[in-house]
Design a protein around this ligand. Structure first.
Ligand code: XBP
Ligand code: MG
Length: 244
């Protein structure tokens, strides 16, 4: 079971952040989110909620921030969808190889993301081929975003799987909490925005998926699996075995 933002793709700093800023600009608003500020704002899951939280910090009345956040988020979604279609959002190094290996091993792939299907589907299609995923669940299909487990529960339901039979791969503490609350084992592959977060309870923490040019560094390995310098199918199997 796979997360999208920050996990399959490094989409936040040079993707969503850029799209939010373009939406501000087009709306003639002076607001711009720099890389550091966006890192802080990522504590709020979901694009529209993130906008609302930001306007809330600036004491904007609720009705006004609801309307403005809704309008900006719709435009940001269109901008980001175009970026995804044009191939401006790339897969994280090593992800393609892992998906190929999982497919060869006959493992069905599920996606559970806070992002909306409007851009998630074209992005997955452009990078990997949408038909490779047996189930895709977006944040627009569940009442609460991660860390609430709904998105994982719905993805399991669509796959017809029990939580004990699938590991999640996540990049953030919010994602880890959601996966664990749904009863899933969870491997975390950090990125620059999430590296310092609290990953206690994760079944394995790596600094990347690992490929021949950039081997993964193991940041936490509670079961002493001593994995190779990449996340592979065998390591995911061993995570499931070790944690049952
Ligand atoms: C990712 C998110 C998403 C994106 C933006 O969380 O919080 O909201 O930032 O997508 P996760 P939307 O990786 O934990 O699923 O604007 O479509 O919400
Ligand atoms: Mg994520």
């Amino acid at each position: 079971m796979l997360d999208v933002d920050g996990t399959l793709v490094d989409s936040e700093r040079d993707g969503h952040r850029v799209a939010f800023n373009r939406a501000f600009e087009e709306a003639d608003l002076p607001d711009r989110w720099d890389e550091e500020r966006y890192g802080e704002l990522l504590k709020v899951p979901g694009g529209k909620r993130r906008l609302k939280a930001y306007f809330g910090q600036r004491k904007m009345p609720e009705a006004e921030s609801e309307e403005l956040a809704g309008r900006l988020h719709t435009r940001k979604t269109d901008i980001f969808t175009e970026m995804a279609r044009r191939g401006e959002i790339e897969a994280r190094p090593g992800v393609g190889g892992l998906l190929d290996e999982l497919e060869e091993a006959g493992v069905r792939l599920g996606v559970a993301t806070t992002g909306s299907r409007t851009w998630v589907d074209p992005l997955l299609d452009r990078l990997f081929g949408l038909e490779r995923f047996a189930a895709v669940v977006g944040g627009d299909e569940v009442p609460e975003p991660k860390p609430d487990p709904s998105v994982y529960r719905l993805a399991l339901e669509r796959l017809g799987l029990d939580a004990s039979s699938a590991p999640a791969i996540e990049d953030s503490a919010i994602g880890l909490q959601a996966a664990q609350a749904a009863g899933l084992r969870c491997v975390v592959v950090v990125n620059d925005y999430t590296r310092e977060q609290d990953f206690r309870g994760a079944d394995l923490v790596l600094d990347g998926f690992g490929d021949p040019n950039t081997p993964a560094v193991v940041l936490a390995d509670p079961y002493r699996l001593d994995p190779p310098r990449r996340l592979d199918v065998e390591t995911l199997r061993r995570v499931m075995d070790a944690s049952t």
